[in-house]
Design a protein around this ligand. Structure first.
Ligand code: MEV
Length: 316
């Protein structure tokens, strides 16, 4: 059907927050995605129907940001809905929650659906640029890591700069992960602003933490390429510690991280903006993945079982 597009959810394996300051990060698309559908609409306006499943209060809490984001996307694409109205419907199997790339996935899906509807034939790079503009509606000054994973899929080395460095990290097989949802909606913009304020107050302490974060990404990239998942897991644990030091973890995130580790996950850390939202556990093999997910679910939390490192997020 004409006028459709998808955007992948994502999981950051290394260096959320640090990435905002130009430190390299490692991110992967996951096998869950948002679908956008564009249709003509009788009124001369944009009508949005959001059918995505979501953590309670997620959609309500982000309604204003979503409106701003849509406006930005339409402006960037030179689409005027005051002449010809449009209806956009959002759906798909990506459960909306903080930290899993729901906003980026929706921006990418919408940009792709509009490109398809208007026969614009936009390239992935153009879609990524539009989605970045859309992400600004959600969190002011995004690094671009989320929309990049959401657009291109796969496992990616991302570094923000005058020109962003975007490189695929080749690995032999996709790796099973568990994503655990604290059920708390978090505001990424507020989390990023908090780090900025504390960093300005404690420049020396933060510099040390940032230096270690940078170092960890290089080690993690090498370990991923060598298939040394024990080392990757250890580095994820260390990355979580650094994220705790910059105060973006939370009681619930630390709890889910400890359940995952106790159950044998090779590593676990918060993923995304933190202060609630989601954590990620590295669980190579279906059995370990199942055990870790079950342990988290037993405590009353939702999980997503998926993989990192699959091209196109693992969907075809
Ligand atoms: C959010 O998924 C990742 C952050 O690093 C913000 C960003 O990179 O824009 C917290």
């Amino acid at each position: 059907m004409k006028g459709q597009g998808i955007g992948f959810g994502k999981a950051i394996l290394f260096n959320e927050h640090f990435v905002v300051y130009g430190i390299p990060s490692i991110v992967s698309a996951i096998g869950k995605y948002t679908v956008a559908k564009v249709e003509p609409y009788d009124e001369k306006e944009l009508k949005l129907e959001d059918l995505r499943e979501a953590t309670p209060n997620y959609k309500e809490g982000k309604l204003g940001q979503q409106k701003d984001s849509l406006k930005r996307i339409l402006k960037k694409m030179n689409i005027d809905v005051s002449k010809n109205g449009l209806k956009i419907t959002l759906d798909g199997n990506l459960y909306c929650a903080s930290g899993i790339g729901a906003s980026a996935a929706s921006c990418v899906a919408i940009a792709r659906a509009l490109s398809d509807y208007f026969n614009l034939n936009l390239s992935d790079d153009e879609i990524n640029d539009i989605a970045y503009e859309g992400e600004m509606g959600y969190h002011g000054t995004p690094s671009g890591v989320d929309n990049t994973a959401s657009t291109y899929g796969g496992l990616i080395w991302f570094q923000k700069g005058d020109t962003n460095v975007i490189e695929r990290i080749p690995i032999s097989n996709p790796i099973e992960i568990v994503i655990g949802n604290t059920g708390k909606v978090a505001d990424t913009a507020a989390a990023v602003a908090g780090v900025r304020g504390r960093k300005e107050k404690n420049p020396e302490k933060y510099q040390e933490v940032f230096d270690r974060a940078e170092n960890i990404t290089y080690l993690a990239k090498q370990a991923l390429q060598e298939g040394d998942y024990r080392e990757v897991g250890k580095l994820m644990n260390e990355n979580h510690k650094l994220l705790q030091q910059i105060e973006v973890s939370s009681k619930e995130l630390d709890f889910l991280v400890s359940i995952a580790r106790d159950q044998g996950a090779l590593g676990a850390k918060l993923t995304g903006g933190g202060l609630g939202g989601n954590m990620i556990a590295l669980t190579p093999g279906r059995d370990l993945q199942e055990e870790v997910a079950t342990a988290i679910e037993k405590e009353g939390f939702q999980t997503v079982k998926t993989v990192v490192g699959a091209s196109r997020g693992g969907i075809e």
